[in-house]
Design a protein around this ligand. Structure first.
Ligand SMILES: Cc1cc2nc3c(=O)[nH]c(=O)nc-3n(C[C@H](O)[C@H](O)[C@H](O)COP(=O)(O)O)c2cc1C
Length: 195
């Protein structure tokens, strides 16, 4: 972990937030079966909704998959991949992949007819996803932001009961960590200062 431990109650608020931002890692080194309490998942989703949102459209929607629902998502995505002609190995991988964490959260955005609003709503929803990930880290959970290819999203929509007016912004894996991954170093940001 780089930076202060966000789960250490003695660190200051700024250090806690900075520590959670720095120590969040994309990781699937998680216990796929150890349950994550519903209340904790609800809390993370509530944190997502505190993202900034122009026009207060509250465009996000969440689907939480645990237990066999993860397999139903895998089966639906695998069937769609098979229909598209993907090879057997890829289909088998898709079928099993959502069982790699105890919880999978699908984060959707309602797509507005106005392209500017649609872009801003997606930006807001992505900010909400980051809130969710940071809060997951602060609460000791491992997390991983993934997506689905456009050709497979309809399968996820069908499982989630979400209509075509919604786009998938993130498929978030959540679980209790079983290991840690090395942080990919960041290049120096390109910053221009104007005075
Ligand atoms: C929209 C989005 C999609 C991503 N999809 C994948 C993915 O399919 N596979 C993957 O390994 N990581 C995926 N990631 C995570 C990135 O690989 C990861 O953030 C990056 O390697 C930096 O590592 P860190 O998150 O641990 O800092 C995705 C991240 C974002 C924001």
């Amino acid at each position: 972990m780089s930076g202060p431990d966000p789960t250490d109650p003695t660190v200051t608020t700024a250090a806690t937030v900075d520590g959670a931002i720095r120590s969040r890692r994309t990781s699937l080194l998680v216990d796929a079966e150890r349950p994550v309490p519903d209340e904790l998942v609800d809390h993370l989703i509530d944190q997502a909704t505190w993202a900034p949102n122009h026009k207060r459209t509250w465009p996000w929607r969440f689907t939480v998959l645990t237990g066999d629902a993860r397999s139903r998502l895998g089966d639906a995505v695998a069937e769609a991949a098979m229909a598209l002609g993907l090879d057997d190995a890829k289909v088998a991988k898709l079928r099993g992949k959502y069982r790699r964490s105890a919880v999978v959260v699908l984060v959707w955005v309602a797509v507005d007819a106005d392209p500017v609003r649609a872009r801003e709503d997606r930006d807001a929803t992505a900010a909400g996803v980051q809130n969710l990930l940071i809060s997951a880290t602060a609460n000791g959970l491992g997390s991983y932001w993934a997506t689905l290819s456009d050709t497979l999203v309809d399968a996820a929509r069908a499982v989630a009961g979400v209509d075509g007016g919604h786009d998938l912004v993130a498929l978030v894996y959540l679980g209790w960590p079983t290991g840690s991954v090395v942080a990919p170093p960041r290049p120096e940001p390109q910053v221009t200062r104007l005075h």
